[in-house]
Design a protein around this ligand. Structure first.
Ligand SMILES: Cc1cc2nc3c(=O)[nH]c(=O)nc-3n(C[C@H](O)[C@H](O)[C@H](O)COP(=O)(O)O)c2cc1C
Length: 185
């Protein structure tokens, strides 16, 4: 059995640490977990007027979510919350009203920052939204990567052994959660 995991980065920055973190989750995924990175920078800004005739980018996002067995949200921290880019994608996935595409999807929340706290504030807010959207958040282990500038090499690869070990530990908990929910479908 192979599982389709969709992964989102909350940063559009070319040299984003958050996007590099997503690639590290891709690199260290167990064999049966295929991680597909989903671009979100081209989505229109959330606007209920668009719901009568949903833009193609939003319909594509809906289809991508519907096919997923699991989700990874990687977020930077913006003023102690998660980024508007990521929120925009999450909001579109929850619309129109009554058609929440995220419902019952297993989700892992991760984040990073060049500073110390590993995007704790961002992840905390994000977790609250996951609850409201009736997702199935992985509760432990949590994943905080601080001092990001020291942890990736010039090519963007994660080189910090402790962080790599934590990614592997997260997968060891997340993969069974994904498999269990896929069986119930
Ligand atoms: C609007 C804005 C607000 C920010 N607020 C925080 C913050 O609350 N906590 C933090 O650790 N870093 C904060 N930062 C710094 C980001 O962590 C840093 O720019 C980081 O590199 C962004 O993630 P990225 O590398 O994936 O783009 C903020 C950056 C921006 C642009």
């Amino acid at each position: 059995m192979n599982y389709n995991i969709i992964a989102f980065s909350g940063s559009l920055r070319k040299e984003s640490y958050t996007t590099k973190l997503v690639k590290a989750f891709q690199q260290f995924a167990p064999q049966q977990m295929t991680v597909n990175y989903v671009e979100i920078g081209h989505l229109p800004f959330i606007n209920q007027d668009l719901e009568a005739n949903l833009p193609a980018a939003v319909l594509d996002l809906h289809e991508t979510i519907a096919k997923a067995d699991g989700v990874i949200f990687a977020t930077p921290e913006y003023n102690r919350s998660y980024s508007p880019v990521l929120k925009n994608a999450i909001d579109w996935g929850s619309r129109p009203e009554g058609e929440n595409k995220w419902k019952r999807k297993p989700v892992a929340i991760v984040g990073c920052t060049p500073y110390n706290l590993g995007a704790f504030g961002a992840q905390n807010h994000l977790r609250q939204s996951m609850m409201y959207l009736d997702m199935v958040p992985l509760q432990q282990p949590e994943f905080y990567l601080g001092k990001a500038a020291e942890k990736f090499d010039a090519a963007g690869k994660l080189t910090d052994e402790t962080s790599i070990k934590k990614i592997i530990e997260l997968w060891e908990a997340f993969a069974p959660l994904i498999a269990m929910h896929a069986e119930k479908k």
